[in-house]
Design a protein around this ligand. Sequence first.
Ligand code: RB5
Length: 147
Amino acid sequence: MKIALGCDHGGLEHKNAIKEHLESRGFEVCDCGIYEQVSVDYPEIALKVAENVAGGQSELGILVCGTGIGMSLAANKVKGIRAACCSEHFSAKYTRLHNNSNILCLGGRVIGVGTALELVDLFVDTQFEGGRHQRRVDMITDIENKY
Ligand code: RB5
């Protein structure tokens, strides 16, 4: 599985740790930056990762900013993206099971690196349940297509 990663200046340490962790687990990673501690506008990075996932180059994406919120707001503007901002284990698992989320957003100023790696593992290891949840995800897509 290929996973796209991105962060702004609020999430560089976390993104680099996630990259190392995923690669050590055998995942192929597409690192969309940033690569050094410089101040950037998070929507630029969110767009790169969201387009990578929506275009099918990566199956899932992970974005880290200070809160995870700005990244999720921006990524969710891209058609086909279901980005979920999570800071605890239950949500990271159930947003895959029930929402078929394809991007996990994390807050580098909200959670530590250790928690981030655990949430990443839950996210990438959990499969969408389908069934009644597919109908609900389809309803989200209908809203997306309406506007
Ligand atoms: C950058 O200072 C900060 O606003 C950003 O990382 C993020 O938290 C936005 O949602």
